[in-house]
Design a protein around this ligand. Structure first.
Ligand SMILES: [Zn+2]
Length: 389
């Protein structure tokens, strides 16, 4: 294992930020040359923009790169994130000259994952820019956009953070001053010693606990502001399975009868159980526990895993809230007399909210089965990708 860096004492109290650039030397002769170009330009730019940090960029060559074509960003992200953790990099850029496989959009240049602090960058479209001189500028602009995402920035029309279809550009693009401040705050957090550098506990449980105590608020922020809330919009089969099962439930008298028999208090417990069980069923059913497996006792690996399961959980809760809303509307449209008859309620009032809750809970149950039908890779990508750009 590489020796841990004592960040605090590094070069005259400047915090050290180290970025790895990972390439497959067998890809072609161009890629090595470009790795050096990227390393030198970034080193110069970042040291100029953020002199308060010591920037250490290094090129890493690996011969065991995943070889399948087109390059799948998801496979490369998992491959890269393990290497990042092994080598104690703060961030890792995986550079390739080959095209990337697009999942949610068309023709992509790069896929950053702020969760894994790793980004995949393909230069294949940059190589098609018409003038030789603008290739280098375009490549660095693209990489700055991607680094911006790794450092917590969102899109912005007036800086390098503007999303673009083509990155061919003669002009050097930059972060604006507000974004630079945000980056500085973000990097100051990263430069803090990691849990494994200050703590020598051998117990996995204690290690998780220390990470939770140290990183709690930032973990929560990542989970809530990540795409958990709209996770299911990207998962077609998952949502379809839920919709179909809910329609059948609405049309079956047994479901209504059962709803009338379950007490509201019990329904709350059942709901909590169902949400936890379906989160775990997706997590293990889709092999998500394999992410960050290379080293269990590294803060970054533990962080990724907590964010992953937290995001799934919040995604499930938000999905349930959506189903509750839809069920509530549908029940209000159905003739009350028929439903009361099905539920065996006689002439007493129909508890609309109770039945909406019940239907939404059944929906979640169905969805966790449907979710496991979804391609494993797509669920992983929805959770891990920050974007396809
Ligand atoms: Zn972007």
């Amino acid at each position: 294992m590489a020796p841990l860096v004592d960040r605090k004492k590094e070069s005259k109290n400047n915090f050290l930020v180290n970025i790895g650039i990972l390439i497959d030397p067998l890809e072609n002769s161009q890629i090595k040359e470009w790795a050096f170009i990227v390393k030198d330009s970034l080193q110069k730019e970042l040291s100029g923009l953020f002199p308060q940090f010591t920037w250490e960029l290094s090129i890493l060559e690996r011969h065991d790169f995943p070889k399948a074509l087109p390059k799948d960003p998801l496979t490369l992200l998992e491959f890269g994130s393990d290497i990042k953790i092994e080598n104690n990099y703060d961030f890792l850029l995986v550079l390739t000259s080959l095209p990337l496989k697009a999942r949610f959009s068309q023709g992509i240049n790069a896929v950053p994952s702020s969760m894994l602090e790793t980004a995949i960058i393909s230069l294949s479209k940059i190589f098609e820019c018409d003038k030789e001189g603008i290739k280098k500028i375009s490549a660095i602009n693209l990489i700055k956009h991607v680094l911006g995402h790794l450092w917590g920035l969102d899109h912005n029309e007036s800086s390098v953070m503007k999303p673009r279809k083509s990155w061919c550009n003669e002009q050097t693009l930059d972060w604006n001053s507000e974004e630079k401040n945000q980056i500085e705050d973000f990097l100051n957090d990263v430069a803090d010693p990691r849990v494994e550098e200050t703590d020598s506990t051998k117990s996995t449980f204690l290690f998780y606990l220390r990470v939770l105590i140290k990183e709690g608020p930032s973990l929560l922020r990542d989970i809530i502001f990540f795409r958990s809330w709209r996770m299911f919009l990207n998962l077609g089969r998952f949502t379809a399975a839920t919709a179909v099962s809910i329609i059948f439930l609405f049309l079956s008298a047994e479901a209504w009868e059962m709803g009338a028999a379950i007490q509201s208090r019990w329904l709350d417990y059942i709901l909590l159980l169902v949400i936890i069980a379906s989160t775990l069923s997706l997590y293990f059913g889709q092999n998500l526990h394999g992410i960050g497996q290379s080293d269990k006792m590294k803060e970054q690996a533990v962080r990724s895993r907590i964010i992953l399961i937290g995001t799934l959980f919040v995604g499930m809760v938000s999905f349930w809230l959506n189903l509750l809303f839809i069920s509530f509307i549908i029940i209000n449209f159905l003739p009350e007399k028929v439903i009361s008859g099905w539920a065996g309620l006689g002439n007493s009032d129909l508890p609309v909210f109770h039945f909406s809750k019940l239907m939404a809970t059944f929906g979640i149950l169905a969805s966790s089965v449907g979710g496991n039908l979804e391609e494993e890779q797509d669920i992983k990508a929805v959770l891990i990708y920050t974007e396809e750009t």
